[in-house]
Design a protein around this ligand. Sequence first.
Ligand code: NAD
Ligand code: UD1
Length: 339
Amino acid sequence: MTVLVTGGAGYIGSHAIIELLQNGYNVVALDNLSNSDKESIKKVKEITGKNFSFYQYDLLDYGKMRSLFEKYNFDSVIHFAGLKAVGESVELPIDYYYNNVSGTINLCRVMDEFEVTKLVFSSSATVYGDPKTVPIYETFPTSATNPYGRTKLIIEEILKDLSYSNMKWSIAILRYFNPIGAHHSGRIGENPKGEPNNLMPYITQVAVGKREKLKIFGNDYNTHDGTGVRDYIHVVDLVKGHLKALEYINKNTGVEIFNLGTGKGYSVLDLVKTFSKVTSKSIPYEIVERRAGDIAVCYANSDKAREVLDWSAVKKLEDMCKDAWKWQVENPNGYKSEQ
Ligand code: NAD
Ligand code: UD1
């Protein structure tokens, strides 16, 4: 089975390739390296002791995409490639629509032409907007509060239309909650460029001394300690869900949506305390204003993934902290070890 992984040099894509290779899949990866480093590909090969082809191609380059499909007989595609920074998407909406939406359309066009009709797509819990209740079920209404989230919603709609147009398509839309952590080897992990937007990389950069203190965005939410509550999921658990989704789309046509989360909500302070306990590093912090667009509480109901895909997350918050820290402390400058 040969799987094309788009965005394969990125945070989640690189972890997924390890899992695929270790489970006997052949992998071809592509990435334009706009938010990643080719070093991750090298590390994945070292960790697994397996080889695979990597192409520095852009989804928007139809000619190159076609050439890839001419060269390989893909059975399926896992589509991670996309821009993902919420704040940047507000500044650069057209870049986000062009890259994420047009890139996905290009991918689907070339898949259609070469009759590769099995697709796993990375969506996000952001499509639930500010849910009225938690836990969040797949059937909840969707909405978007920023261009990034809207690209995910638009792509979901495009994929549904595609599947309704022709029953040969098998599509799994995976809505991730908050992926954190890293491969247990400490050799690959999340490698944000510049100041991290997300909580865990910020915490690890404070712990390693790259940032002075964490800014906690608000402690007046209606939660057990006033700080925002999220469903943090270990990236390795998350990528295992993709292999289950691949098995599912190999046997079923149509389109299905799955939440990938743990079903447990932890606050910012819960995460800070757990991180400090596990790593013996204290995390200085200050409470600042709420971040625009943030919601109080977000966690999944992942019963559907458990029942239909036979998948559930097993790693604990402690594991997520331990592995995120190992990656950070062993690679204080991410993939750029010489800096
Ligand atoms: P990432 O930025 O590390 O990986 C995405 C990769 O896609 C990058 O390596 C980037 O260079 C590549 N890319 C972007 N546009 C491309 C294009 N036009 N052609 C080829 N490559 C391109 O991000 P990630 O955290 O690994 O996220 C993977 C996917 O999961 C994204 O679609 C993201 O929106 C989605 N997602 C991520 C999270 C999260 O918290 N990390 C949560 C929900 C959904
Ligand atoms: C963010 C994105 C969301 C995306 C998700 C996963 C925003 C507004 N939302 O969600 O679209 O799907 O990442 O990539 O960016 N926090 C701090 N200090 C920090 C960073 C975060 O207190 O420096 C808090 C936040 O207020 C939140 C929690 O930590 O309560 C988690 O934040 P983050 O990691 O950015 O994830 P989300 O906001 O859930």
